[in-house]
Design a protein around this ligand. Structure first.
Ligand SMILES: Cc1cc2nc3c(=O)[nH]c(=O)nc-3n(C[C@H](O)[C@H](O)[C@H](O)COP(=O)(O)O)c2cc1C
Length: 435
């Protein structure tokens, strides 16, 4: 399927009802123009928010000045500019976002040959950072019975060959760690019950949550005790340690889309009256404890990413202002990049789904919290993606569904953007077939 045919369907993260599409105004910011992007580095965007490089008006006219932007081409950061995160250098800014494949068919949390093929082919396709799908830190934290996991040491080896394959192809392997709480134990293509809770007799399990509030039509969860919360913090840290043993080079904590961590953050799903609820400090406590525990487990040299939903799109819920406050805290706690998504906590909200609709959130977090960000969702075309990076709206872009239909998206993008084949991320075996 050509990217032009991608419709503006909403993405609901678990096959639940697609909300009616309705345009809303994003209060925080409109899309940047080159001249309005505040404080964005053109030289290198590893330090978000720091001014450097030439601003459009100041760039000297001449052959190193882009006609389109009026900016110095020499210092221009584009899709194929490498990016440093701690001791890791990512070869470009086209990243694969985490996407569940529900393909641990033995229900043991172990990735299969399917996962090897899936991830390594996208590494061959030129992606810079490959973030393996939501990986459960506890068996009851799986979204479906067929989710992958890292809740026990026996799962480490099953990841290792995938990690090696990704690295050998020149990409950086990262993994998203998750606990799905009240959205756990749901169906998938391999199990059935899609969009529903899987009954216990079919391999489902009782779910837990910060508060005993059900999501949509799913089973009602049980409220977690404080001891259980501490246990899950430990499970994130232990899973991160296993990811390091498997050879992953970066960790992403899933704090988005209405799974456990984002449920704690959100006043609409967190009604606790203890230290894990109440004001923003209380609701963010669990996330920061997870971050601290993971950061203390992984090497200092290893980047730590957090995926966050910047808004619920629901009145009285989680929003951009709270996201910015928490992103500043994340930076103080050793997080290197915020992967900015939206939604997923509430069923049936209206979302203004269209190309780039999440990009202004990534840009606002990047500028106001002064932390590198990625933008994701409905970024499908090379020039569209390149502009997001070169304008400083995000440090990298993630290409999700478009990469499911085209694992070689980055190689095609290189061609469209006029990057010589010798500088594009071809495997040497494939260079004779270059565009
Ligand atoms: C099949 C599928 C599975 C997904 N699984 C995850 C996941 O495991 N973790 C996550 O944070 N987001 C997940 N997402 C959301 C994607 O990471 C991404 O944010 C979303 O697809 C929007 O980007 P796109 O328009 O480029 O596809 C999933 C998306 C798809 C299509």
């Amino acid at each position: 399927m050509d990217s032009d045919t991608l419709t503006h369907e909403n993405f609901d993260f678990r096959g639940f009802d697609v909300p009616e599409l309705k345009a809303v105004t994003l209060a925080a910011s409109g899309p940047n123009t080159d001249d309005s992007a505040p404080g964005i580095t053109l030289e290198h965007s590893d330090k978000a928010g720091k001014k450097s490089g030439g601003k459009a008006g100041r760039a000297k006219k001449g052959k190193n000045v882009s006609k389109e932007t009026g900016k110095s081409k020499k210092n221009r950061v584009g899709l194929f500019t490498p990016m440093g995160l701690r001791d890791v250098t990512v070869r470009n800014r086209i990243w694969l976002p985490p996407m569940c494949t529900y393909s641990a068919f033995a229900r043991d949390g172990k990735p299969t040959p399917f996962h090897y093929q899936h991830y390594v082919s996208r590494a061959f396709g030129g992606f810079g950072l490959i973030i393996a799908e939501a990986t459960a830190v506890a068996p009851e934290g799986r979204i479906s019975p067929c989710d992958v996991g890292l809740w026990e040491d026996g799962q480490i080896d099953a990841w290792r060959w995938i990690v090696d394959g990704i690295r050998n192809a020149g990409a950086v392997p990262a993994i998203q760690l998750n606990h799905a709480d009240r959205k756990a134990s749901t169906g998938c293509f391999a199990v059935g019950y899609e969009g529903q809770s899987v009954p216990e007799e079919a391999g489902g399990w009782p779910t837990v949550a910060p508060s005993a509030i059900a999501f949509g039509g799913l089973n009602k969860p049980r409220e977690l005790s404080v001891d259980e919360i501490h246990g899950i913090v430990g499970a994130f840290a232990a899973a991160a340690g296993r990811a390091v043993s498997a050879g992953f080079q970066a960790i992403e904590i899933h704090a988005a889309h209405g799974y456990l961590i984002s449920e704690f953050l959100d006043p609409l799903s967190n009604e606790r009256t203890d230290e894990y609820g109440g004001d923003l400090q209380g609701r963010a406590r669990f996330l920061l404890e997870v971050v601290d525990a993971v950061r203390a487990t992984i090497p200092e040299s290893m980047p730590l990413l957090v995926r966050i939903s910047a808004t619920d799109w629901a009145a009285g819920g989680w929003d951009l202002d709270q996201t910015i406050v928490v992103s500043k805290l994340l930076k103080e706690h050793g997080v290197d990049l915020v992967d900015v998504s939206t939604g997923g906590i509430m069923a049936g909200v209206s979302i203004p789904v269209k190309s780039n609709y999440q990009v202004p959130f990534a840009e606002q977090v990047r500028v106001k919290a002064e932390i590198p960000t990625t933008a994701v969702c409905l970024i499908t075309k090379p020039k569209q993606a390149d502009k997001i990076v070169s304008r400083g709206e995000a440090d990298a872009v993630e290409i999700g569904r478009a990469a499911l239909r085209d694992p070689y998206w980055p190689l095609r993008a290189a061609n469209k953007l006029g990057i010589p084949a010798t500088e594009a991320p071809y495997q040497p075996q494939y260079i004779r077939g270059a565009y």
